[in-house]
Ligand binder design. Sequence first.
Ligand SMILES: [Zn+2]
Length: 147
Amino acid sequence: MKAGSSANRISPTPSTAHSVPAKRRAKISSPGKKYAAIRRDLERQRKAMVDEVVEGLANPNGQEAFPDVSDQASAEAEQNFSMRIREREQRLIKKIDEALERMDQNTYGICERCEEEIPYPRLKARPVTTLCINCKTLQEQEEKARR
Ligand SMILES: [Zn+2]
């Protein structure tokens, strides 16, 4: 004869009896949210570049690609070229980091020079820019004058 255990017959206690309405901070429009799409773009671009740089570092001398001794010169030229690319990428990665930092500090999208807000379309086109179009033009004119 089986022992009819009643121990397992625990009545399910409704734990949802006390439903506290979750506090929502809906009305606070965080300025960081404004650039969410740009942030996503920057983060994606940054990751793609970092992956590429890491890949390049993992295989620093693409020897297999240039097995011939006579190709040594072009191999070196190629390496210089990719070094330059890497430098440029690293500079851009740094700029992206700075842009992301500015987003965290809510100073993103503000012109460094005149402290006006940089129009969104410009930011979308050039997310790492720190100057509005007027100041950028001025800066370019100054650079030209210096030459
Ligand atoms: Zn400006």
